[in-house]
Design a protein. Structure first.
Length: 338
């Protein structure tokens, strides 16, 4: 997701949907009563054909369908030569739209910003096969060629094979270790077993660097191989893994406080609501299926007003399901309450 413009004091944001995952975030941001404006096909009064034009509507209902977000409501602004009445936007990856809210809640702003920050990744890709390796950076802006290592590794009949191979691996390890601190993760890929050999060398020589590595099979190396890494979903998995990791850490932090019986961890709606009213909530943890529930709206608003942080915890991992078993809402407190 890209934030193209914003003035949240006036309730306004302009956003661009970059991929399907953004739609999932938006289903928790767009709500009944919001105004949305985007370019959408609408029937012309004379002629009955459709043309794309700018339409603004008031959201009355919304449906998330995986690769699109259907938002339906009455048109409040559109060209005079098209039909007014009710209309549906089918928001998809690549679309830009404007949104107005009476009030942006902090957790909604943070959710949009977090979705935008997810794009700010930097991944080092190393594609390797016998005697040849290619390196590239993958970022939100595209693919940047970094370097290549090309060594003629002799066949088994030559005594120098071992030396050549060691020199080949050494050059690859040198590139990976020099660039490791600049990137979030490293993908080592290729069509054969050389990627495993490189990873094993990293584990021996640079164990900290090896912890950043993900292995990925590709049929070729070079630029086409990098494109294949992306198409196979390796980058998306890494980004999602980062989100899951952050959520797991938050739940584990809550459980540690709970197990210590320090009084700085509470769960269940009534106890969390009481803590929020007292301004005691430092971190509010809410399962993703509950944040549109009106029962928790006042709790989240109270936490926001007291400069607390709201964290949406998804149930697609074990920690999220643990939270769900504890009512789906919990809080880490600034101070103990009775």
């Amino acid at each position: 997701m890209k934030i193209l413009d914003q003035d949240t004091k006036d309730g306004y944001m302009k956003l661009r949907i970059e991929k399907d995952e953004d739609l999932w975030h938006l289903k928790y941001v767009i709500e009944e009563g919001d105004l949305l404006k985007t370019r959408s096909p609408r029937t012309i009064i004379e002629g009955r054909e459709k043309r794309k034009c700018m339409i603004k509507l008031g959201v009355e209902k919304m449906e998330f369908q995986g690769n699109r977000l259907r938002t339906t409501g009455e048109i409040v602004e559109a060209p005079e030569d098209v039909e007014h009445g009710y209309h549906t936007f089918n928001l998809e990856a690549g679309d830009e739209f404007e949104i107005w809210k009476e009030k942006w809640r902090n957790y909604q702003i943070e959710r949009v910003k977090k979705a935008a920050r997810i794009e700010n990744y930097k991944i080092l890709v190393c594609l390797v096969e016998k005697g040849e390796s290619n390196f590239a950076y993958i970022t939100e802006t595209g693919i940047k060629d970094l370097a290549s290592v090309d060594v003629n590794v002799p066949g088994k009949m030559y005594k120098t094979q071992g030396e050549e191979k060691e020199g080949f691996y050494g050059q690859i390890i040198s590139v990976l270790s020099r660039n490791a601190k600049k990137v979030d993760r490293i993908i080592i890929g290729g069509p054969g077993f050389e990627k495993e050999n490189v990873l094993n060398r990293l584990k021996d020589d640079y164990p900290d660097v090896s912890k950043k590595v993900v292995l990925e099979d590709t049929s070729v190396t070079g630029y086409t191989g990098v494109q294949e890494v992306i198409k196979r979903g390796a980058v998306d998995r890494i980004i999602d893994e980062s989100r899951v990791s952050e959520e797991i850490q938050l739940v584990e932090k809550f459980l540690k406080h709970l197990n210590k019986e320090s009084g700085k961890a509470v769960y269940k709606p009534k106890k969390v609501a009481k803590a929020a009213e007292m301004g005691a909530v430092k971190n509010l943890l809410v399962n993703d299926n509950l944040i549109t529930d009106n029962r928790y709206e006042k709790v989240m608003e109270a936490v926001e007003n007291q400069a607390g942080e709201i964290h949406i915890i998804h149930t697609d991992h074990e920690a999220g399901r643990k939270l769900k078993s504890l009512s789906g809402v919990a809080a880490i407190l600034r101070f103990k309450i009775d």
